[in-house]
Unconditional design. Sequence first.
Length: 638
Amino acid sequence: MIGWRRIFSLLVMGLLFGPGTGWSAEATTAPKAEDDVMVQTYRQAISVDPNDVLAHFNLGLALYKLERFDEAQAVLTRCLDLNRADVRAHQQVDGPSDQILGIIYFNHFKDDRKAVDYFGRSLKITPNDADTHYALGMACLRLKAYPDALKSLDLALQNGRTQDAELYFQKALALTELKREPEAIAAYQEALKRKPDYAVALENLALIYHRQGKDDETITTLLRLNKLEPMNFNANYLLGLHYYRKKMYSEMVAAYNRAVAVKPDLSDAHYNLGMAYFYQTRFELAVEELKKAVALNPQDAEAYNLLGQAQAAAVETYLHQGGTYLAQENYADAIAALQKVFTVDANNLKAKELLEDAQRRVREEFAAHMRLGEKFFQENKLEEAYNEFELASRLNPSSPEAQEGRRKAGAQLGQLVSQRMQKAKTAEQLKDFREACVQYASALELRADYAPAKKALAALKQKLKLDAQRFSKTAGQLLEKEQLNEAAVLYKRVLKIIEVTKDDAEQERALAGLTKVNALRAELIGQYLAQGRKLIAGNEAKAKEFFNRVLKLDPQNKTANDFIVKLTGTQSQAKVTDEQIKTTYYRGADFYVNGKIEEAIQEWEKVVALDPENQDAKINIARAKAKLSAIRKLTEGN
């Protein structure tokens, strides 16, 4: 729980308070080794006239300044009782003596009631002393006598202590305890006018705004505190909560990352950070944080539930990426994506199967392309050699042999540029924009000043940038209408485009949009599940409707599927269709990798029939058809 930090510091007359030394009453006039010249002088005065009130006061004050508080207390107490017939002397020293004794009891002896008594006695003599009113207010605060504390602090203000940020801070504490939060806010603001870097005042002010549910004011105040104390745990934790409420998930991630860096053993901080990553679809990081959350709190059922969802989403995401890259013959990225599956599910059979296919193709095709490249180079067929070395390099980007082959073949020819340009344009037609950019870049590697390649690459990136902006705008409109699946598809298309354009600002907007989609999806799923559970006993048809709404948003939702089975005796159609799409898509990838291109096309066409918005399947079909056409032309040519 986030709590207030209270700091009590009383600096009346600019004096420092610290540990005192031992003292005995009969030693008032006895000199000590630690006595300074002032103390020695006042002791001599008392030895000459033991009834000298002013000498006793001066000795007590001098001992107080030396932080010998026990001795000062004894001398000043004696001073107050000494020679009461000397009215004039007592008129001078009684007020200050009572004040100093109050300070000693407050700071050194921690006896607040005695402190209140002495401060009260002092004020009877000097009723307009602002410092004593302030000191009395502090003692009352510590006694939790909040109305009395507030009265004393106000009197300190009325008597001229108006520029003291600490006074306004203490007043705000009293007002908060009295549940007078608007006045407390005003007092904190007055403290901050006088001391803008007053970190504790900012923190407590933010807590009031937090309790009042004022997100913007809380965030603004905490950001001021964050500039002063970037690693303040309370500030970052509370910032994360309010960023969550404002659906500002990127900012939430940053705040909770700072919070867990300060307190890595707090389960809730890891859970909240994992949830933010989950909504951002950064599933691997979500799994990592949620594992920490359940390790720190093994009884947290909610964390286990979200961890399961994150693991399932991570596996499905990386499997899909791996299958897509395989179909695009982008084996390096396919292998990287599939290996991520094992960080979540070490024994995933589908990932193992696809990974083995990818690694086999890399080994076989790399060796074949290198052999052909060397053969063509020896025959002085430089264009063909360059092609083969380039294909080998794309299979294994870290291979020095492939890089060297490209260099030695490419250094001697220019005719490859037009071929690269044609390949790029073909890729554009197939909407394989990543491949198009690779080919334009390849042309520029051969001729860095080749204007058509520069122009075409710039035009493609500009087109993609405009497409991304258009898709983002449409996705935002769909999100406002709560058409979440459609919005998610468009945001994902934007993120695909950004893999090519490298537009950080647009990527941030797309991620933020997709995060809002996922957060709203989770919120709606929770609402629909609750309504379905509520209706299941009395209105099964209506309950089924709500569970099907859940499945439209999340076809694999276990709770909704379990209720559908209970109500109908069979699995939901949404779940069956979703599983069929995934199975068919991966079967197409298997066929493609193993050279069965016609069968792959048939499988992906089934996917599109089930899911008309499946862009990956559409691109795979176009690419496979182009490859099949090229193979047929080559065969017919032979």
